[in-house]
Write a protein that binds this ligand. Structure first.
Ligand code: SF4
Length: 312
């Protein structure tokens, strides 16, 4: 049961992100907290995280967004949803607010880049299809195994729903990519799991996949410890991080505990070999792998805008 509260947002709606992969367009969160409740969610460590099963909806987002854009000399080429929440989380207020915000932005000629693990409602799907050239979608999918999905992403859409959505988006001409983040070491990084996942993704018509392995922060480790009841899964996963060291990342000037570079490179190489088999274009998220580099293409490619850099 998700506890939903509504507040007026005081901070700006269109916010720049400290993530390098998100540097080019502003981002919007409609909520703090996310009903999908993924155990590995990095937003669990944020100061605004309201707690598990709690969602705070910024109910004045649309009005505030309209006022912000009215004062801007140049509109952004596109807006990204969402750095630390999901626009399609299963909360009716969020779905309704999300629809109205998307409708306004698209009608204003502003593109939309979406990352979701949720079910895209039919009405919203129809809206997106009205502007196929203005929409980019990344579907987060870390496993082809729905039992595993239900452990790590308890309230997110089923794997079959996500695959159906990917197929439909591709068929409708919307640029659609998959995002296998995080790869769970010891759980989803073996050749068989990778093959099963990437073959399934390729069968939807998606051609591009972004990857990165899990990293730990105290709040993520705590949620894994508290919520994973299967000892094998727990030990396989957490055991991979024993004696790993902290790594500074750009986002929020924070640090994380990743796998060693060597272990990550081994995993990415395995993914690369399988991706080749299915003719998938693979990219590594540079924000989470600053020692390796790359970009996950999270926002998609948008035409250059000379004045955009001065705005965000
Ligand atoms: S869908 Fe994204 S924002 Fe929501 S809980 Fe999962 S990882 Fe966090």
């Amino acid at each position: 049961m998700v506890n939903v509260t509504r507040i007026d947002r005081k901070s700006v709606v269109l916010s720049p992100s400290s993530l390098a992969c998100l540097a080019h367009i502003p981002a919007v969160n409609l909520t703090s907290g996310c009903a999908h409740d993924c155990l590995y969610c990095y937003a669990r460590g944020y100061s605004v995280f309201p707690g598990e099963n709690k969602v705070v909806v910024y109910k004045n987002t649309l009005d505030k967004l309209k006022r912000e854009l009215a004062h801007k000399r140049t509109k952004p080429q596109a807006v990204y949803f969402s750095p630390s929440s999901d626009i399609f989380q299963p909360v009716s207020e969020v779905i309704e607010l999300g629809y109205s915000v998307l409708e306004f932005l698209l009608a204003s000629g502003i593109g939309i880049a979406i990352l979701t693990k949720g079910f895209i409602p039919n009405e919203t799907f129809k809206l997106l299809l009205t502007y196929p050239n203005k929409v980019r979608v990344q579907i987060g999918i870390i496993t082809a195994d729905d039992t595993l999905r239900s452990i790590f992403e308890p309230n997110a859409a089923s794997i079959s729903t996500r695959l159906e959505q990917m197929t439909k988006l591709v068929q409708c001409g919307i640029v659609t990519e998959a995002r296998v983040i995080p790869i769970l070491p010891g759980i989803t990084d073996e050749h068989g799991s990778i093959d099963q996942l990437l073959s399934t993704i390729a069968s939807t018509g998606v051609k591009r996949v972004a990857i990165s392995t899990l990293f730990l922060r105290p709040a993520i480790t705590a949620s894994l410890k508290r919520r994973i009841t299967d000892n094998n899964i727990f030990e396989n996963l957490l055991g991979q991080f024993k004696s790993e060291k902290r790594l500074a990342v750009h986002a929020e000037n924070s640090s994380i505990i990743p796998l060693s570079r060597l272990k990550r490179e081994e995993i990415y190489t395995r993914f690369g070999q399988v991706a080749k088999k299915y003719a998938l274009d693979l990219s590594i998220c540079g924000c989470m792998n600053p020692d390796i580099g790359g970009t996950c293409n999270i926002t998609g490619e948008w035409p250059a805008n000379d004045t955009q850099s001065s705005m965000f």
